[in-house]
Design a protein around this ligand. Structure first.
Ligand SMILES: Nc1ncnc2c1ncn2[C@@H]1O[C@H](COP(=O)(O)OP(=O)(O)OP(=O)(O)O)[C@@H](O)[C@H]1O
Ligand SMILES: [Mg+2]
Length: 431
């Protein structure tokens, strides 16, 4: 017979193995580092310019970063900081290489959500974040999933619970309860709310002393930060249910949105949320905080079936928020609206008849809401994952060049569509 202590023992063994894998992969620095990118990648894949034009510019201007010459001396290799410096300084036919961003707006926020497990959410979130950073954007990722896949794949595996979305939610409960208690009578929804007191177990954790920046951790990418999750954060769902009981007027679903509103508008360009495979307190926070909803789905019938239930249940959950009336003076209730909404097929095999049939079914049902470029099934995801890396992070010399190129091209096309969806939506974000 086996009980919880057997499970704990097995987990301890497995954690040891994970530690060993990280040690092997990240040595000698013992932490995740970002590789350099070759001049071929910089020109062709990142700046989309002719490699010889780039070589000419570099030769003509000694003030531009030089990169490092590899041993056989053929290519120069650049850090992302150097690439971003080149991006600021070089123009191609008068065209700036800086990424498009509407002036004076806050960062645009996208949730990658589906309650179907294994739909490809974390893979999409990771690769879009990396593609966006290579495109010159400053990215903040928020890991809402207690499995912490995104945090682990970004190299953060040792995170204290209070610095996760749970900490943000509990801090918000404390601040909101205080605000409601101090509000003049009648200011909230025209009625007097009862005074709420929170137990010392909640107020005594020191969360109200944490600052906005305390939740944000740097990653191995200089222009990607992360609000991480940790494998213990699963209790958040239980804790949040208790918090709602302590203050039923607390708009629990808006905690992360309120948190992000406190960031300076120009701190980031894109904020990407990786969601757990469930509709719960955490995913509702992600969905509520997002401007654009991206729903990845596998290309099989049961994935379509599950995605259909997901949007049904999400619709009900969002409709339910309408009863949170008067959160701000004069408001008539919460009616969450997205600036755009897309379904993205993942693990798609272009030569698979069944996949193509499902793609056309998605198209018939969801019309323009289906992303035109699915993410293809590729061994490159598995192979780079073995090195705890994305396809963008892995050095293309470590796998068959053609496999890497095809995988990268598929993620690039899907990313470019994602970016265009976001930049279109961005103009509609209120100043
Ligand atoms: N394009 C792809 N090609 C090959 N394998 C893929 C691809 N996308 C995802 N996978 C693999 O499918 C599995 C599930 O992917 P992922 O973890 O991204 O899904 P998820 O929706 O985040 O899962 P969860 O619901 O558990 O959070 C992983 O093993 C991943 O490596
Ligand atoms: Mg995931």
């Amino acid at each position: 017979m086996f009980n919880h202590s057997d499970l704990a023992r097995l987990q301890a063994q497995s954690l040891k193995m994970q530690g060993f894998i990280r040690q092997q992969t990240y040595s000698p620095e013992m932490e995740k580092t970002l590789r350099r990118f070759s001049s071929w990648e910089v020109a062709e894949l990142i700046f989309k310019m002719n490699p010889s034009t780039l070589r000419g510019r570099l030769a003509a201007d000694p003030s531009l970063p030089e990169g490092l010459v590899e041993e056989d001396g053929r290519q120069r290799w650049y850090t992302l900081e150097e690439i971003n410096e080149l991006r600021r300084k070089i123009k191609v036919k008068g065209r700036s290489l800086m990424p498009k961003r509407p002036a004076g707006k806050r960062a645009i926020r996208a949730a990658i959500a589906n309650f179907k497990g294994g739909a490809g959410k974390s893979t999409v979130a990771l690769h879009f974040a990396h593609a966006a950073a290579l495109d010159g954007y400053r990215v903040l990722c928020v890991d809402f999933d207690p499995q912490a896949t995104l945090s682990h794949s970004m190299g953060l595996s040792d995170v204290a619970e209070e610095f996760t979305v749970w900490g943000i939610m509990a801090r918000d409960l404390i601040r909101e309860t205080e605000r409601m208690n101090n509000a003049p009578a009648g200011a909230e929804s025209g009625t007097t709310l009862p005074r709420r007191t929170l137990p010392a177990a909640v107020t005594g954790m020191g969360l109200s002393d944490l600052r906005v920046a305390d939740f944000i951790k740097p990653t191995s990418w200089p222009s990607i930060d992360l609000v991480p999750s940790c494998a213990n954060a699963a209790f958040v769902e239980f804790a949040s249910a208790q918090y709602r009981y302590l203050n039923p007027e607390w708009s629990f679903f808006a905690a992360v949105s309120r948190y992000l509103d406190q960031l300076p508008d120009d701190a980031y360009d894109m904020i990407i949320f990786d969601c757990p495979p469930a509709i719960g307190y955490q995913s509702m926070n992600a969905v509520f905080a997002s401007d654009v909803l991206y729903i990845p789905s596998g290309p099989g019938y049961w994935e379509y079936d599950s995605t259909t239930s997901f949007i049904g249940q999400l619709s009900e959950a969002l409709e339910d928020l309408g009863r949170f009336k008067g959160q701000t003076p004069g408001s008539t209730g919460v009616d969450k609206a997205f600036l755009d909404l897309k379904f993205l097929l993942t693990r798609f095999e272009p030569n698979n008849d069944l996949h193509r049939a499902m793609q056309s079914a998605f198209g018939q049902v969801f019309k323009s809401h289906v992303a035109e470029h699915p993410i293809e099934m590729t061994r490159a995801v598995e192979q780079s994952g073995r090195f705890l890396s994305s396809v963008y992070e892995i050095d293309y010399r470590q796998m068959t060049r053609e496999t890497w190129r095809r995988a990268r091209a598929s993620f690039d096309r899907a990313y470019e569509e994602f970016r265009d969806t976001l930049t279109d939506a961005w103009d509609k974000v209120e100043d």
